[in-house]
Design a protein around this ligand. Structure first.
Ligand code: ADP
Ligand code: MG
Length: 307
């Protein structure tokens, strides 16, 4: 199949409400009145961002999920996406699976594919998601203030354990593996937080690394009470408490939200857990058994430590 047949067959689908979609030199969309455009993009390289042996369906799901997570962290509503796909070959079974994973998730969040690019080369998937939010409701990293309360959504550490621990015989291990392969972007929570939370970030590189970004952007520090960290029963069962704590603090790929709320915020939100406080003093400290330890913010870095 040539590039045009491939696009036609796998990627050209009805895109309701889109002025100009796939087929022209560019796409044209209209924003709802009074809204601002939010744009995010993420590239997945085979062997770097996902293991070579995961299914095409998982690759399609994940390529969109990580972007929807960024959209959620901005407090925006996702609407459109573009797809730049680099493939070693046009394998029909692979493309079927990829499209099923991608569109399965896209349909759940009402996201239309409006364009892209198709090239030959080592398997690389770039998805860009475009969304919108009412002007004034943007949710940024830089708004945390001393005295704000620190929260995370869901449970932490599962995905990192699921990537490392692949003993698929146990139900708990399969659950962790699923959290790695199929992260659920917190889009609904992001929309709830817009205009309420003072800062937010999605946890892709690990809680301490990503909280570090919030602290630096906001010019504040944080205390994390380790006994409050939400750990799943599956994680505790598979790796025990000490290792679970390590995964929760340093492990990436959970795609939960880390957020700050003013101390007087009245938000009844069962998906989030209070884990600490924002401080005027910079740096992140862990509080356990009444004792503080200073931590270095660390996470996965593609190019190693900066000099
Ligand atoms: P051009 O040469 O003008 O860049 P292309 O031949 O690359 O155009 O693409 C033709 C049309 O198909 C464009 O509308 C483009 O956005 C779309 N397209 C190409 N690849 C993809 C893809 N992988 N997914 C969705 N749309 C795509
Ligand atoms: Mg092109």
């Amino acid at each position: 199949v040539d590039e045009f047949d491939l696009i036609q067959r796998y990627f050209r689908r009805p895109a309701p409400g889109v002025a100009v979609g796939i087929g022209d030199d560019g796409a044209i969309v209209g924003l709802p009145p009074g809204h601002e455009l939010v744009v995010v993009v993420d590239t997945l390289v085979a062997g770097v961002h996902f293991p070579d042996d995961i299914t095409a369906e998982d690759v399609g799901y994940r390529a969109l999920a990580v972007n929807l997570s960024d959209i959620a962290a901005m407090g925006a509503e996702p609407a459109w996406m573009t797809l730049a796909l680099t493939l070693p070959e046009a394998d029909a079974a692979w493309l079927d699976g990829f499209a099923a994973g991608l569109f399965g998730l896209a349909d759940r969040y009402g996201v239309s594919l409006i364009g892209g690019d198709t090239t030959r080369g080592p398997l690389t998937v770039t998805v860009e998601v475009l969304g919108h939010l009412p002007a004034g409701l943007r949710l940024l990293r830089g708004g945390a203030r001393a005295g704000d309360v620190l929260f995370v959504s869901g449970t932490l550490g599962d995905a990192a354990a699921g990537l490392a621990d692949v003993d698929a015989k146990h139900a708990a291990a399969r659950q962790l593996r699923h959290r790695f392969l199929r992260p659920e972007p917190r889009v609904g929570l992001g929309l709830t937080l817009a205009g309420r939370a003072t800062a937010a970030i999605d946890i892709s590189d690990g809680l301490l690394a990503d909280l570090g970004h919030v602290c630096r952007a906001s010019g504040v520090g944080a205390v994390v009470e380790t006994e409050r960290l939400p750990l799943s029963a599956a994680l505790l069962e598979c790796v025990g408490f000490e290792q679970a704590l390590r995964y929760a603090l340093h492990g990436g790929d959970d795609y939960e939200l880390c957020l700050t709320l003013p101390p007087d915020a009245d938000l009844d939100e069962p998906e989030i857990t209070r884990i600490g406080t924002i401080t005027a003093e910079p740096g992140i400290r862990l509080l356990a058994d009444g004792r503080f330890t200073e931590v270095a913010a660390d996470g996965y870095r593609h190019f190693g430590d900066a000099p």
